[in-house]
Design a protein around this ligand. Sequence first.
Ligand code: KIV
Length: 267
Amino acid sequence: MSSRLTVLDFPRFKAEKRPIVCVTAYDYTFAGLLDDAGVDLLLVGDSLGNVIQGHETTLPVTLDDMIYHTKAVVRGSRRAFVACDLPFGFCHRSAGIVLEASIRVLKETGAQAVKVEGGEAVVDAIRALTELQIPVLAHVGLTPQAVHAFGGFKVQGRGEAADKVLADAVAVERAGAFAVVLEGIPSPLAEKISKRLTIPTIGIGAGPGCDGQVLVVYDLLGLYDGFKPRFVKRYLEGGALIRQAVAQFADEVRSRRFPDEGHGFNE
Ligand code: KIV
């Protein structure tokens, strides 16, 4: 058995007030780097629809896409807990379909949990999964799979709508989720939810009052220019560094400075 974090570590982190570090990952190499850096939870998010596949929304992502990327992330990591997003459409269907999809995820990829977007509307799916011992990471607030219902990527839970997000968070905890992502909601609301729930909250665009934080790795490293939400902090200007490195390679190839003697075989 590997020495990965398990579903039991997350409530312990909350009890110890130790913030949970979560980053998205989509491939073997990044998974290894993030794991080495000490990330607790690698989320194979359906945000791969944006940053890997170039779609405007996450809706076109398929279960096969998620399984393909999750396999690579599990192979690349050793310590982090790995969760895989269930793509759009599954939790709106029968419990049987959700279970079948989640069983495929756990069986074929080695991931330890599935992530499910939605609150009260998906509690039957969460209950069906957790009753069959499939750990669920829930996700409420600005759930990107509901982009059309929200009329765009808009902050949720402002004013009177706060009660709805709170009710969603309470509902997913009661249904058995082991943790919940709070996305795109006002910071005071996220703090209130984090205090109210016994399970950990992992925030993205939800302020500092959550029990952990998650960022999309391409945003964190400055690799994705498609859309830069205000809550993103770039820890590297990776895009600029890559352009500079590849331009230097191109220049050296054109000027015949690469390869030099040291980068070849004499015999
Ligand atoms: O798909 C994703 O990457 C996510 C995170 C941003 C929470 O859902």
